[in-house]
Each structure stands twice: as C-alpha cells, then as structure tokens.
Design a protein around this ligand. Structure first.
Ligand code: SF4
Length: 331
C-alpha cells in the first residue's frame, strides 16, 4: 500500500536579520528529514525543545514552505494544493489554539465553519453537537464567545474542529499537554476510535514520552533538526540504539516502567545553536562515544533492526554479531 504521507529530504532554513544587513545568519530548523506514514498509523515525534519538531509539523501541514525537499500527501505535493484541498487531507491541532479562533464568532459557528467551507452544510448543527459531546464539552457552549471559555475547553474545541472535516492526517503538536489527566485519557480514547473508524493517520508531536508510547505505532527522535533514530515504539522504548535516544529515554523513566534499570545514560552539556550547528554528526559535541569521523561526516542511515533506522557511525547493521551501542556505552 502506498504511504499516505511521504516526506523526502525536507529542510527548512530561516534567514535571520542581524544588526549588519550584509551579514544574514541562517537558522537550520529542519535538515534532510525523510519519513513515510501509512493510513491509520501514528508516528510519535520526540526531542528536546527547539529540536525542530514543531517546524516539521508546520511544513507537513503546508503552513511553511520548505527550503528543500518535498512533502507528498496522498501522492500529491502539498505545495501544489490549494488551501481547501490541503484542509480536506490534513488538519493541525496546536497547543494554544486561541490564536486560531476568531474572537467575534460564537463557538457553534466556529465549529461549523470547516463543514460550510467543504460544502457539508446539511446536518451541520447535529454534527456540531456530536463533536462537542465527543470532546466532553456541554452543548450550551456553542452560544459562547472564545474569551468565555477556559484554556482546556479551547483545546478540546480545537480537537473537535480538526476532526469534523474527517481529514486523512492529523498533525498534533503538543495537542494534549494543557489538558488534565482525565480529559487527556478521554481524548486519547477518542483519537484511537477515530483512527480505527476512519483509518486516520497521525503525526503526534510531544515532549510527553508516556503519551507518545500510548498513542504511537512508531517513534521518530529528533535532534537539532534531524531525525537521529526512528522505529517501532517497543524498540525505541526498550532497544534504542542512538546515544541521544538512550539519554532522552533515560531522562524520562515513565516510557517503560517495567524495564530493569541499569546505569542511566545522561545528557551532558547544552544543545548547540541551530544557527551554528557542528559539522559531521549533530550530536558529536555531547556524545560520550564520539570518534574522529563523527566530527567530519554526517552519519548515514543504518537499519539496526526491524523497521529501526539509526543515524550513527557506530551503529551496526541488523544481522551482524556485534554488541549493541549501549554495551559500548558501559551499561
Ligand atoms: Fe555519537 Fe558519533 Fe554516533 Fe554521532 S555518529 S551519535 S557522535 S558515535
């Protein structure tokens, strides 16, 4: 089956204005990202703040134009679609949705708007009521204005609004972070149900590794704009191979509470600036295993297990009888 989402060589470089107009600096937010997503599949995207996860999400929904590479949705380049065509295929859910809600419109009208745009006016009142109920919002909220609802209610409204046009892909950027645990559990249940019924794919960007584990089939780990490791969620949770993934998972003990703890990998030092990234491997300034080659060459992708790809010069291809990287790290 062809992938629903096909991302190839995707990069985004922002040119920054400085005090000297002849010396523009370049900030590389996303660098050479390749990924595919099947219908009905959820890919979790994790990494420290500023690693490029949100920029990747905005590139995929067509909110930003790439500096290089392509994003294809249902085999068509997103850059060639009209806004309406894109909205039928992909809907974003952002962490702070208030900026996207027109303060003069009542909640009911805001919810019905995507249906009207897509010519689905018939029965829209019933669908709006159902959408409110699905995210546990009371029906009378439809008569209120955006400033009359709480932040958590605005977040649930944004989720209902994104689901109404029945997109084939949802790009959730920290979409559940502001919700309390009970509502989070409800929304996770709702997203899973929608996914099962409609075969909706999801890109789930989050700093919450436990949530990512619950919702995702596969996980991509980003560092300084690059995907450094990607694979099935159980392998990333327990058999991660990249030194950065090991440190990131080590810093978040909830991803696998049953795992026997040995020596925990830790992250030392600061993430380098994306304005002046290091040559070679992006992680070389913090990596305890770095060798000379890491400071010169960008590591190529290596398949280390079923569906698991790692960008590291020390990674051993699947099938070879070598100790895994974490053994080299001293665990
Ligand atoms: Fe560390 Fe080198 Fe692997 Fe990068 S390529 S993660 S610096 S060992």
């Amino acid at each position: 089956m062809p992938p629903l989402l096909d991302v190839t060589g995707l990069s985004k470089v922002f040119r920054l204005r400085g005090p000297n107009p002849f010396h523009r600096r370049r900030l590389t937010a996303v660098a050479a990202v390749d990924l595919v997503l099947a219908p009905g599949e959820t890919l979790g995207v994790v990494g420290e703040s500023g690693c490029g996860k949100s920029t990747l999400g905005r590139l995929i929904v067509g909110d930003l134009a790439p500096s290089a590479g392509t994003v294809r949705l249902a085999r068509r380049p997103v850059s060639a679609m009209t806004r309406k065509e894109r909205a039928r295929l992909v809907q974003p859910i952002v962490q702070d949705p208030r900026a996207t809600l027109d303060p003069r419109w009542r909640i009911g009208a805001l919810l019905a708007e995507p249906l009207v745009i897509h010519g689905q006016r018939n029965g829209s009142a019933d669908r709006v009521r159902e959408a409110l109920a699905s995210v546990r919002l009371p029906p009378d909220i439809a008569d209120r204005l955006p400033h009359q609802i709480s932040g958590g209610q605005a977040q649930r409204l944004a989720i209902a609004r994104a689901l109404l046009p029945e997109p084939r892909l949802l790009v959730c950027d920290e979409a559940l972070s502001a919700l309390d645990a009970a509502v989070q559990a409800d929304i996770v249940h709702l997203l899973r149900r929608v996914q099962a019924e409609r075969d909706t794919a999801m890109l789930f960007i989050s700093h919450d590794l436990d949530l990512v584990r619950h919702l995702s089939h596969r996980v991509a780990v980003m560092y300084l704009g690059r995907i450094v490791e990607i694979g099935p969620v159980d392998r990333i949770g327990t058999r991660q191979s990249h030194p950065y993934t090991r440190a990131l998972i080590g810093a978040a003990p909830r991803i696998d509470p049953h795992r026997r703890r040995t020596k925990r990998a830790t992250l030392e030092g600061e993430t380098p600036s994306p304005i002046d990234p290091p040559p070679g491997c992006a992680f070389q300034t913090r990596c305890p295993l770095a060798i000379d080659r890491c400071r010169i060459q960008v590591p190529p992708p290596v398949r280390v297990g079923p569906g698991q790809i790692v960008h590291c010069h020390l990674a051993e291809p699947a099938g070879r009888d070598h100790p895994p990287l974490h053994r080299l790290a001293g665990d």
